[in-house]
Design a protein around this ligand. Structure first.
Ligand code: SF4
Length: 75
């Protein structure tokens, strides 16, 4: 199984944006306050558990609480 990059920092903010990739997940629901909720959270697929695994696959940067430390590239 592919590992999560050691450069990943931050935490999930439960925005639900990655639950819409590439289409809206059929297990995605919304609470009364409109916050997203995964109805299979305890048994969710490994891809969901690991997202975002690398900077390259991180396509929800605008909302996501995770980021990747790329300071080594700025030198
Ligand atoms: S896009 Fe990021 S913050 Fe939003 S639910 Fe997915 S992992 Fe969590």
């Amino acid at each position: 199984m592919l590992p999560i990059s050691k450069k990943r920092v931050g935490q999930c903010l439960r925005c639900g944006e990655c639950c819409k990739l590439p289409n809206v997940c059929p297990f995605l629901r919304y609470n009364e306050d409109n916050t997203p909720r995964c109805t299979i959270y305890r048994i969710r697929p490994i891809a969901c558990r690991k997202y975002p695994r690398t900077a390259r696959e991180h396509i929800t940067k605008d909302n996501c609480g995770f980021s990747f430390d790329e300071s080594h590239l700025k030198k």
